[in-house]
Design a protein around this ligand. Structure first.
Ligand code: PGA
Length: 258
């Protein structure tokens, strides 16, 4: 499978800054556009349109950082899959740990969002990952198993082809302390087993599992060359076009064991 690198801008960059990003990232396309790589960016809702217009002809998938499970209704503050599709978005992140930690998002809610996004043909990145406390107590495997199973509940085989899972240990996000390739690979193998068991070997083998948490051009190569690490969800390093391009180029060149 191709490596998938997705930028998660979180609550950063104004529309004008997103346009400037797109201009520079376009200039750098001859470097980062590689056969074995797929690229996506999830800006804030407000900048989706700017990136769709600025980059989608370069086959960059543009998407959102969340979406509701209904297409319309009395849900103040929410944005629906059909609203994203109307803007030209083609992917969405659901269940990011910042949503789980600070906005009370449960795996049950994440599963509803994921089911609906997939039915609406959005490539859907379901995030899981243990907190520092879970990690220190040795509970990573248990927490990840529980989150993956519950967040993928109700996703049919038919819709799972557009599914992506991201393993993002909370202790590694934005801390500069990325998981070692060995630690990440162990969890990715566990997730792969759940996917094989849930969706069967044909589909389960083909679902990309991304690593996220303090990825940089310096550490990306060692991470994506591990078996079952099929790409990355990149926060801070995706905010600057030169840095993101450098990270993508490095990932493209890394050995391929998966
Ligand atoms: P980071 O964020 O790369 O800045 O650690 C990753 C993420 O939260 O998706």
């Amino acid at each position: 499978m191709k490596r998938l690198l997705v930028g998660n801008w979180k609550m950063n960059l104004l529309v004008e800054e997103a346009r400037a990003f797109a201009r520079r990232f376009r200039e750098l396309a001859p470097e980062w556009k590689q056969e074995n790589i797929e690229v996506g960016i999830a800006p804030p809702f407000t900048a989706i349109s700017a990136l769709v217009h600025g980059l989608s002809d370069l086959s960059v998938s543009i998407g959102a950082q969340n979406c509701h499970w209904l297409n319309n209704g009395a849900h103040t503050g929410e944005v629906s899959p059909s609203m994203l599709l109307e803007l030209g978005a083609s992917l969405v992140i659901v269940g990011h740990s910042e949503r789980r930690q600070f906005y009370g998002e449960t795996s049950k809610c994440v599963a509803l969002r994921a089911q609906s996004a997939l039915k609406n043909s959005l490539r859907t990145i379901v995030c899981v990952g243990e907190t520092a406390q879970d990690y220190e107590k040795g509970n990573t495997s248990q927490v990840v198993h529980q989150q993956v199973s519950a967040s993928l509940e109700g996703i049919s085989k038919e819709h799972s082809r557009q599914l992506v899972v991201a393993y993002e240990p909370v202790w590694a996000i934005g801390t500069g302390l990325a998981a070692t390739p060995e630690i990440a690979a162990k969890v990715h193998l566990q997730i792969r087993d759940i996917l094989l068991h849930t969706f069967g070997s044909n589909i389960g083998e083909g679902i990309p599992i991304l690593y996220g948490g303090s990825t940089t051009p310096e550490n990306i190569s060692a991470l994506v060359s591990q078996k079952n690490i099929n790409g990355a969800l990149v926060g801070g390093a995706s905010l600057k076009p030169d840095l993101f391009a450098q990270l993508i180029v490095t990932a493209a060149k890394a050995d391929n064991l998966s």
